[in-house]
Design a binder for this molecule. Sequence first.
Ligand SMILES: Cc1ncc(COP(=O)(O)O)c(C=O)c1O
Length: 408
Amino acid sequence: MSLNWTVSARAREMNASAIREILKITERPDIISFAGGLPAPELFPIEALRKACEKVLSTYGPKSQQYSLTMGVLPLREILADRLSKKGLPVTIDNLFITGGSQQGLDLIAKVFLNEGDALLCENPTYLGAIQAFNIMRPKYVTVEMDEQGMIVDQAEEKIKEHNPRFIYVVADFQNPSGITMSLKRRKQLVKLADKYQIPIVDDNPYGELRYVGEHVPSLQSLGKDLVIELGTFSKLVSPGLRIGWGIVSTEITNMFERLKQGADLHTNTFTQYVVYEYIKAGNLDSHIEEIKASYSERRGVMVEALKEHFPEGVRWYEPEGGLFLWVELPEGISATDLLPAAVEQKVAYVPGKPFFPYEDKDNTLRLNFSNAKPDEIREGIKRLGKVFRESVRTLSDKKKDAGQKVT
Ligand SMILES: Cc1ncc(COP(=O)(O)O)c(C=O)c1O
């Protein structure tokens, strides 16, 4: 029976996420996937989490199964505030808000700051999941180009004056999708602008602790304090299935987050919050981060070497200093979207860059994830991709030659 219900315009407008659609294909076991942003499953700390679960049930019993505070359970906020403070962030339990992953943080940000049609300023490209979260408010995206130092902040001031954005959204560390890290100079510049025009900066920071080379850059939050809302998550540090993230926010915003989150889900899963607390308390977190860093660093290196060996001339890429992603630019005129079926035929997948641009269609770009596949699979997958790209570059240059011959 088909139902003939009238749904809201908003619901109708929500396009299926390109990434979700592609992930469906890449779930096939015979495909080497560089598509999702998935951590390595074999590195999930299953044993330590099992112990934490047992500890929670024996220590907290029914309390771990009860409704709890919208802001998050106290022990988790305390241990997290302590950890973040030791890393130089001025955090207390009163401005630490537990979310159902940082994706929920993005949803709350949209609802707190945006009326329908309001503008927000962001990097170009930007995180696709943020676009999805913000789209519910039908915002106008005021995009600022990036170079190897991140958002070109010099270009932002004119746009702020013209469009009056409600907030500035950035992924300053190892951006998803580009892998680029904003330089200290640009961070200072951005904080200055946020202060001058009194616009909050939202720094979405799932990858900051996953640096493999180079020097740590002070976070926007540490530079801008109350001007900056920082979102964090355990998704990439422990596992995404936990669905535990956090926001560092000033007290007024905390109150608004609280009311909005109550309407959405009352609070984040009580049991899981206690599990994460016990996991950290037992001293597991830092050693686990070291372990995944060593592994992801190796995989990043393997991917970079394989790209050098197999990708044809004219294909460029950005080598990230951390995070999970590597950004690739094909020669102008080659569409990464159109090439995806050929790649899937070779049993390898990536995400085309196009959906990460709110407006412009830079369809000659793509994102490769290097955390999920094992080193041997990375070598093989990049070799297969190299073949697809070489053929496409050759076809393009043949076409150009033909066109040139006709013109002359
Ligand atoms: C920049 C960015 N923000 C937010 C998220 C969502 O993370 P979470 O699993 O904490 O909701 C991701 C996930 O890939 C991300 O890359």
